[in-house]
Design a protein around this ligand. Sequence first.
Ligand code: ZN
Length: 193
Amino acid sequence: MKFCSECATPVEFKIPAGDHLPRHICPACETIFYSNPRIIAGCLPIWEDKVLLCRRNIEPRFGYWTLPAGFMENGETTEQAAMRETWEEAEADVEVISLYTHTSIVHVNQLQLFYLAKLRAPSFAPTSESSEVALFSESEIPWDELAFPTVTNALKLFFKERAEGGKFGFHRIDLDRNNPENNRSVTQTESQF
Ligand code: ZN
């Protein structure tokens, strides 16, 4: 950012007193502008033995297949965001079952959440954001045409756990391209301590 959104003075970029990271600061009105990670919420929608994918009609990754997901809005819960995005991208009405993957993507400053969800009916349609929307069985998944690693991860975990009997865990995943030694994937079932 270049100018203060409160008073239009050119901002400075420096560490505020008592802080540890540089921020955009207005030297006139002293407003500090914080930049924090963004939250993306979506669903892994299931109908019988198939999952619903959307072909992206928007950049980035135009033409690649994805799970319906998008930026959380002010005034909603993560679950509401996931359901809303599923409707906006696929006109699909879902019942959320459980939080499935929680992925910190450090190099792009994002937290991505995917919920396991059931379609209430096999009803869906293309939208302005999705050129095609379709149900895929495991053998039909276009693995080489998936849009994002988080989508590939969630689908792989889902089909693996389904094959192992259908007990679905909660997966905490960290991805950091700049510090790959920090990458991890932890499956949580029940905690006791
Ligand atoms: Zn200002």
